[in-house]
Design a protein around this ligand. Structure first.
Ligand SMILES: Cc1cc2nc3c(=O)[nH]c(=O)nc-3n(C[C@H](O)[C@H](O)[C@H](O)COP(=O)(O)O)c2cc1C
Length: 193
């Protein structure tokens, strides 16, 4: 089987990548207090220099107090974290690569490993992590609106910093996924649907 097609350039609207090799988003937890430092930039630059056409960052959380369950997960908001991401994209571009942040809100998912919790309760569609486990509060319509705005702000910041694309994390049982399942989204019951 020929692998030539893997090495052909790919274009979609304004995104032009030199091959079809895309690095999947992989959580690392090396950003204390949510700030990606030089080590994070060096990690991604190395992948760009290794000919990855498009890098998707580890999940990086949006501007909601309880969007994260791990103090070492990077933030995609706040001056210090965004300065860290500016350095990351500069290094990736210098290494010949393209990159997009994966923007993330974990909803009511707790962290079984560290037990770390944010200063405000986790939030999700019904506050349920599974049908029998309440692990946070149910979001109000205002919370949902503010969350949508926070996603938009993160995407706009990605563009402003010079990232090439953005990925929204909609899987794996985190906030957006929690809206799709009856076990974690029981709003219809409260509303009598
Ligand atoms: C250590 C590790 C961390 C991961 N972190 C994320 C993440 O932050 N966001 C995400 O969407 N997927 C994450 N994943 C899932 C991967 O991106 C990928 O979807 C998964 O490994 C399946 O890919 P495969 O079918 O090529 O093995 C992670 C996977 C691993 C192994």
């Amino acid at each position: 089987m020929s692998t030539d097609s893997l090495f052909r350039p790919f274009s979609l609207k304004s995104l032009n990548i030199k091959n079809r090799i895309v690095m999947a988003p992989m959580t690392r937890s090396f950003s204390p207090d949510g700030v990606p430092g030089e080590n994070v930039a060096a990690y991604y630059r190395k992948r760009a220099e290794g000919e990855v056409g498009l890098i998707l960052s580890e999940g990086t959380v949006i501007d909601r107090v309880s969007s994260s369950n791990d103090a070492n997960i990077p933030h995609f908001y706040g001056a210090e974290s965004l300065a860290g991401w500016q350095n990351v994209i500069n290094e990736v571009h210098a290494g010949g690569g393209k990159m997009g942040p994966q923007i993330w809100h974990m909803g009511v998912m707790n962290n079984h490993h560290s037990g770390w919790v944010p200063s405000q309760p986790f939030e999700g569609p019904s506050g349920l992590n599974n049908p029998d486990l309440k692990n946070g509060v149910a979001m109000t319509e205002k919370d949902i609106e503010d969350t949508i705005i926070a996603y938009g702000k993160a995407a706009a910041d990605a563009k402003r910093l010079g990232f090439d694309t953005v990925e929204i994390h909609g899987a794996h049982g985190y906030l957006i996924d929690q809206f799709f399942w009856e076990g974690t989204n029981q709003t219809h019951r409260w509303l009598g649907w």
